[in-house]
Ligand binder design. Structure first.
Ligand code: NAP
Length: 346
């Protein structure tokens, strides 16, 4: 028997994250013998890069896959991820639909890859702002523990989807040309030249957005520590790509900024950019297109003897979504966790 590679589905292949997942599977030479892109009925038949043709989801088309990477929103994942699993595939899902289910591991490749073994078919990719933060927090957590986090995010519009990117560009263009802007559709208010303390949505009677709740709940699940106290404010800013986060970390034991800088400099997936004298710190416009998580402004919080302040920035579409999904596929492959259904006689 020889192994010819996996048969991989990419669901949401025409979207921002899906397009990147297709590209990364190729760039990183994931052992796929066939990649099949899926999207909504609107896109069926459309030809993508490399001549791949978009298919629609139906009972027949979801059969015969080893792996399915989903980035098509929670509704599509809720309906179709279990059908891919029933048909024998492992699903890696970018939506929030399954993340907090007990039998669904929530995994960041550098942080808790060991959680993958417990999957029951579906594996969840964390929310983008949680993802980049835990990559930077993990070495600190391992060295000194974490008692409390106070987080403020500055999140790019691409985190909302392609239509939000268009809305920011259209509004900016209109305002710069002295024209009236169309009523906002993606956000409650104008996003151009503004900052909205409303990333995500408010459920009735809730004083935190779902994005803020995701940061709290997903961080505790990934670090497997329900005792971490977390306060979060998620802000949407008129940036195209790259989420920035100001994070105050209160550790359980002493950790100096110098020690934290050293730990972060040698941590997998992290790059330290920290020289304020030369105005060197991570910026959203510089990290777009990069796979690492960048950390700077590492300093002692003068208000607490065991707290540090960090500035954490990453490409929300890459490490925040597509890169981690493909890295999880790679870990599954390396650890022999994908059932080799596609072995055939040599
Ligand atoms: N953007 C981020 O930073 C980020 C980060 C982490 C996670 N995510 C998650 O990733 C997912 C996609 O985000 P995105 O930014 O790539 O969105 P997007 O650019 O708006 O793309 C959405 C994709 O989903 C497809 N789709 C929509 N409805 C569908 C249906 N009923 N059946 C099959 N496919 C359908 C779309 O196909 P058509 O082109 O045919 O409409 C498109 O391929 C979301 O769940 C989001 O929460 C996004």
């Amino acid at each position: 028997m020889s192994f010819e590679g996996y048969r991989v589905a990419v669901v949401g292949a025409t979207g921002q994250v899906g397009t990147l997942m297709l590209r990364l599977l190729k760039e990183r030479a994931f052992p796929a013998r066939e990649i099949v892109p899926f999207a909504s009925e609107r896109s069926v038949g459309r030809e993508l890069e490399d001549g791949l043709r978009v298919r629609g989801l139906d009972e027949d088309s979801v059969q015969g896959f080893d792996l399915a990477l989903f980035s098509a929103g929670g509704g599509t994942s809720g309906e179709w991820a279990p059908r891919f699993v029933d048909a024998g595939a492992i699903v890696i899902d970018n939506s929030s639909r399954w993340r907090m289910n007990e039998d669904v591991p929530l995994v960041v490749s550098e942080v808790n890859p060991e959680a993958l073994v417990a999957h029951a078919g579906i594996i969840a990719n964390p929310n983008c702002s949680t993802m980049q933060m835990v990559v930077a927090l993990k070495p600190i957590y391992d060295a000194a523990g974490i008692e409390r986090l106070v987080i403020c995010t500055y999140q790019a519009v691409s985190g909302t989807g392609r239509r939000a990117v268009d809305e920011l560009l259209d509004q900016s263009h209109a305002l710069l040309h002295d024209r009236e802007i169309a009523p906002p559709e993606q956000y409650a208010h104008q996003i151009a030249f503004n900052a909205l303390p409303h990333a995500g949505s408010f459920a009735p009677g809730e004083d935190h957005t779902d994005e803020e709740r995701k940061l709290m709940n997903e961080t505790r699940k990934i670090l497997d520590d329900e005792s971490i106290a977390i306060s979060a404010t998620c802000v949407r800013v008129p940036v195209l790509t790259g989420h920035s986060e100001a994070v105050n970390v209160q550790t359980r034991s002493d950790l100096s900024p110098e020690q934290a800088r050293e730990l972060l400099a040698s941590a997998p997936g992290v790059s330290v950019l920290d020289d304020p004298d030369s105005a060197l710190y991570p910026l959203a416009i510089d990290v777009a297109g990069r796979d690492e998580v960048f950390v700077g402004r590492i300093r002692r919080d003068p208000g607490h003897p065991r707290a540090l302040d960090l500035w954490i920035v990453a490409d929300n579409l890459r490490k925040g979504a597509a890169t981690n999904a493909v890295q999880l596929a790679e870990v599954l492959d390396e650890r022999g966790l994908i059932t080799p259904r596609t072995r055939s006689a040599a």
